[in-house]
Design a protein. Structure first.
Length: 226
């Protein structure tokens, strides 16, 4: 979607074959690198790749996340807690740590981080690590926005509802349960969440920073009403 809107992109994920195939499909508008967001050297390498390939970094969509193993807090293994926090929160910190200086060099930019409605006024049993990490991420976004707004750098959080991605699994009963949590009565298509991300990254959101945009199909209002 970003490429269709005129962007040139650096693709990043853990699995090289999928990245290579997508980059080939996008042609000269995309380069790619496979790695782990928990690795600071990888975070730095992505920014370097953007600057070498395209002359700089104007926008960054930090979308990595895992739910991890679900368990009540007393039964949750420390390694499971640490893994979820490392990917969802520390990975975002490492990304920002290297993306923001590159944007200062460009005279501005836009960062979007995928947070979640989980941990924002709703507690789902078994999701303590995920909720804590995503709530912390929303707080980090606010601090980054305050620290770097004067330099023309905008930082926002995107809070999707249930979305039909591999992370959501393939169980129809679970999908139906999640759909009932939303005022729209369904889960989101990935493209619908992408549209919200592109808006926040773009100049159409030029006066939006430090915000948490709910693209959640009315999940928040359903919980408030119910």
């Amino acid at each position: 979607l970003l490429v269709r809107r005129g962007a040139r992109v650096v693709l990043a994920a853990r699995r090289a074959p999928a990245l290579q195939a997508l980059a080939a499909e996008l042609g000269g508008q995309a380069v790619w690198a496979a790695g782990d967001v928990r690795d600071e050297a990888f975070a730095a390498a992505l920014v370097d790749l953007a600057c070498r390939s395209f002359g700089g970094l104007d926008a960054a969509f930090n979308n990595a996340g895992i739910t991890g193993t679900l368990a009540p807090v007393p039964q949750m293994a420390l390694r499971d807690w640490e893994e979820v926090v490392a990917v969802n929160l520390t990975g975002a910190f490492l990304g920002a740590r290297h993306q923001i200086p590159a944007m200062h060099a460009r005279g501005g930019g836009s960062l979007v981080f995928t947070s979640s409605f989980v941990g924002q006024g709703i507690g789902l049993p078994g999701m303590g690590a995920y909720a804590a990490a995503k709530a912390g991420l929303t707080g980090l976004v606010q601090v980054l926005a305050a620290e770097h707004g004067a330099a023309g750098i905008r930082v926002n959080a995107l809070l999707p509802g249930g979305t039909l991605t591999p992370m959501a699994g393939t169980d129809p009963a679970w999908h139906a349960q999640v759909a009932r949590m939303h005022a729209l009565g369904r889960m989101a298509a990935p493209e619908e969440i992408a549209e919200a991300a592109v808006f926040l990254l773009s100049d159409r959101a030029a006066f939006v920073t430090g915000a948490a945009l709910y693209a959640d199909g009315g999940n928040a209002i359903t919980k408030s009403a119910g």
